[in-house]
Design a protein. Structure first.
Length: 694
């Protein structure tokens, strides 16, 4: 009896397609997790270049010229503009959608980051299907899809962030897929079609980032004649023109920037004249080679392949696949060129386009293994086995390396500090770079032709930016403002920035005749706030603050909110918090009645204490308490007005502890629920004012 093998063939085909779907799904869902965990782009000062791309995408969405063209990065800005336009249609942002983006930039960046994850995962799926269809080898398709896992930087920058690396990854992987299809087709390949396609991809890659340029070596080396080379260069030029058309007016400035990269020895076109800095270049080159052992290892295997092929072909006069040999030579030349270029401005993430060539090398090596008698006729099984083995190693290792690139542990710290800084009354000065949404918006505005200065000043009327690089203070633009001018507008300035910049800021302000409080007004383990002003104001009193906004890491159960000076928090509650107030609050109930409790605070005679909190729930039972830290005796206790909604004003206790003859006191301050219902507390702050002796 004859049994048809059609069902078996059908299920085998379906199985292959499902296998090609697996890696893109892993990429997408792991990227979503990273986007969620990372939370806000500006945390940790990581807003470069995403805020620049956000505001330039908004420029393009409204048909304005961009200010960020260095990479050039145009395809990503166009993509961002399309996503913003689509978002405004789905969730209308009123008459002025630009204002909405500036008010809640992180919301739109989250949408853009998710859109990037969707796009890149779909493109990896597409390349896998193309390679599967054109080669008939599912192993080769899987090897192509595994390429992003060779580096955590590819997974982080190419799949989870709104940066040009995503488009660069797409272009580079598309280039590699085309080369694999070509080399596996053998004599059946269509040269005219292939070099036309490579040209289109190359132009797109160059428009994404000029680091793609070394990949153009490959078609020029493998072409059989000058006609093909000219064809490739022609389509590359047309493609580049097409994909950078929105910035065509900026070509002269773009060319000037590229020339500076070539003729100056420092990073990004800076430093003295010279191609390289001979003092640092060798160490940079060694470091960049060591930064990705997998790429370096494949390079070594490729060199062994070339040496063996040359020996067999020219010494032993044996047949050796010419097309594979030339392609491997071209790929290695490209990677070496990439190393030499990146070593000038060493950064691991800059290896991305060359890391995407690893599938080409892997396929060539596998094809060579099939020439061994043992593997004759088993190319598909060999490639699939190799790909499966690589999957088990590369996927978990790549995701682990990606996770190591960012930390979400400090997210509550960044959020609490930002809220503390924003709660000050007076002139607020945020350092750039630092972990601040204000600094992030300033950075984005600087790279988008200052188009949003007026709107940002409306949003932040008493807020300024201290540019640490130029040592200047501005108001969301490039025009310097003297500190003396700021003090005419505000009696006091609160200067926020990273702890390591405190000395620089102190010296700069002092040089302009501004007094800076010796102690930090507020600080945590990463950032600080300095209080500055006219000498008579600063000499009058020393101020310090404790602040907590009840933030925890993504609302994870059991996590404690992070805040300096707080000894104990109550139970965090993210469901009850209101977005305009913060992401977290503290629930106080009979089982856990204490919301915030400070460490013991030392109060000298004449000191004053100010305590504030935001509360809702059974406000009859809400208490703010100042107690003796040693005896526990209540010194001051106050309740908020009776309301059932979140109180929009701060509850304040101000008291002086005795006169100059009163002894020093140790006190604690806490929020307390004295009843049987539930009370929620948020924005808890304690300020101590100490009169100076003089």
């Amino acid at each position: 009896m004859f049994i048809s093998n059609k069902p078996v063939s059908y299920f085998f085909t379906v199985g292959q397609k499902l296998m090609v779907l697996a890696v893109p799904l892993i990429l997408f869902f792991s990227s979503q997790r990273t986007i969620y965990e990372r939370d806000k782009v500006w945390y940790g000062g990581g807003y470069d270049p995403e805020y620049a791309y956000l505001l330039n995408s908004m420029n393009m969405a409204n048909f304005r010229l961009v200010g960020h063209f260095d990479h050039p990065g145009t395809p990503m800005q166009v993509f961002g503009a399309l996503v913003l336009r689509a978002t405004w249609l789905v969730e209308p942002a009123g008459e002025n959608p630009e204002y909405a983006v500036l008010v809640i930039p992180e919301h739109y960046l989250r949408i853009l980051n998710v859109a990037i994850a969707v796009l890149t995962a779909l493109m990896v799926l597409f390349f896998g299907f193309i390679v599967l269809k054109r080669t008939g080898n599912p192993g080769y398709a899987l090897i192509v899809q595994l390429a992003p896992f060779v580096s955590g930087f590819v997974l982080f920058n190419g799949f989870t962030r709104f940066t040009q690396e995503a488009m660069l990854m797409i272009a580079s992987l598309g280039f590699a897929s085309t080369l694999i299809v070509r080399v596996t087709a053998g004599a059946a390949t269509d040269d005219a079609r292939d070099f036309k396609l490579l040209g289109w991809i190359a132009g797109f890659g160059l428009a994404s980032k000029i680091l793609f340029a070394p990949l153009m070596i490959i078609p020029l080396m493998i072409a059989q004649n000058n006609q093909l080379r000219k064809r490739f260069l022609l389509y590359s030029a047309v493609s580049f023109l097409l994909f950078t058309l929105p910035v065509i007016l900026l070509y002269p400035r773009m060319a000037y920037w590229i020339i500076k990269l070539l003729v100056f020895s420092g990073q990004y076109g800076t430093g003295p004249a010279g191609v390289i800095d001979a003092a640092t270049y060798p160490q940079n080159l060694i470091w960049i080679i060591q930064s990705n052992p997998l790429l370096a290892g494949l390079l070594v295997l490729g060199l062994i392949y070339l040496i063996s092929g040359a020996y067999l072909r020219f010494i032993k006069k044996q047949d050796f696949p010419k097309s594979e040999f030339r392609l491997m030579l071209a790929v290695i030349a490209t990677i070496v060129a990439g190393y030499l270029i990146v070593a000038k401005s060493p950064k691991e993430s800059y290896l991305l386009p060359y890391e995407m060539l690893t599938p080409v090398m892997a396929v060539i090596l596998l094809k060579q293994v099939t020439t061994i008698k043992l593997f004759h006729g088993k190319a598909g099984m060999l490639a699939l086995t190799a790909a499966a083995g690589l999957s088990l190693v590369l996927i978990p290792n790549g995701i682990a390396r990606k996770t190591a690139l960012y930390s979400s542990d400090k997210n509550p710290l960044w959020e609490t500090f930002s809220q503390a800084a924003s709660s000050m009354e007076g002139g607020l000065v945020f350092a750039h770079p630092s972990s601040s949404q204000v600094a992030a918006l300033y950075f984005g505005n600087a790279y988008s032709r200052w188009n949003y200065t007026a709107k940002l000043r409306e949003l932040y009327p008493d807020t300024y930016v201290y540019n640490l690089a130029s040592n200047r203070i501005t108001q969301m633009d490039s025009v310097s403002i003297s500190v003396q001018e700021l003090l005419k507008r505000h009696r006091k300035l609160y200067v926020s920035g990273p702890l390591e910049s405190a000395q620089q800021i102190r010296e700069a302000l002092t040089a302009q005749g501004v007094a800076v409080q010796e102690s930090f007004y507020y600080k945590d383990e990463k950032q600080m706030i300095l209080l500055a002003g006219n000498p008579d104001i600063i000499n009058e009193a020393t101020r310090t603050m404790i602040f907590s906004s009840a933030e925890t890491h993504q609302g994870v159960a059991g996590d404690e909110p992070v805040a300096e000076g707080i000894s104990r928090h109550g139970m965090p509650d993210h469901a009850k918090s209101i977005s305009k107030i913060g992401y977290g609050c503290i629930q106080a109930d009979p089982a856990s009645p204490f919301a915030f409790t400070t460490i013991p605070l030392i109060l000298d005679s004449g000191d004053s204490l100010s305590v504030r909190v935001l509360a809702t729930g059974m406000l009859n039972d809400a208490r703010l308490v100042v107690a003796d830290a040693d005896s526990g005796d209540v010194l001051v206790m106050k309740s908020p007005p009776e309301k059932t909604a979140w109180s929009e004003h701060m509850i304040e206790i101000q008291t002086g502890f005795g006169n100059r003859e009163t002894s020093r006191k140790r006190v604690i301050v806490y929020g307390w629920n004295s009843g049987e219902g539930k009370v929620w507390f948020d924005y808890f702050s304690v300020e101590i004012e100490r009169r100076n002796k003089n």
